[in-house]
Design a protein around this ligand. Structure first.
Ligand SMILES: [Zn+2]
Length: 143
């Protein structure tokens, strides 16, 4: 189970909408308590991808130092116009950093007219029998 502060969800949503039509990305910090992950902080990171409308790449000036933090537990990015399901490119990119943290969030901005909640999905990063990293759908609870 993942516990996510509703204020953190709001920060992610505001940032994702602000970055439209580009994909927004960021890092999540927190801790593990018994079998629960607690997401305590969101950090915006510039998306420096060549085609930021369809993919994301974390600014290394932020990502490299952050990758050493013991509090780093996950990553988020937005899908401006598509469902919150990892794309083929997402899975390919995951191989580069899949071992760095356990949680992966995708926020879909398809319903961005404010009348509907944006669709956030959580995944845990697993390593399958072929030693490739993959996504496993996970439950989260807003607190
Ligand atoms: Zn994606």
């Amino acid at each position: 189970m993942i516990l996510l502060g509703s204020s953190i969800l709001n920060e992610m949503r505001d940032y994702a909408l602000e970055q439209m039509p580009k994909e927004a990305c960021g890092l999540l910090y927190g801790r593990r308590s018994s079998n629960r992950w607690m997401v305590e902080q969101f950090q915006q990171v510039n998306n420096i991808a060549a085609i930021p409308e369809h993919t994301f790449e974390l600014d290394p000036a932020v990502w490299i130092p952050a990758s050493f933090s013991p509090r780093l537990i996950g990553i988020m990015h937005s899908h401006p116009t598509t469902v919150p399901i990892p794309s083929t490119i997402d899975k390919k990119q995951l191989q580069q950093f899949g071992g760095c943290f356990p949680l992966y969030f995708i926020l879909s901005c398809m319903n961005n007219d404010n009348s509907l909640p944006l669709d956030l999905r959580a995944y845990t990063i697993i390593r399958d029998s072929n030693l490739t990293y993959d996504f496993h759908p996970a439950q989260f609870q807003l607190v």
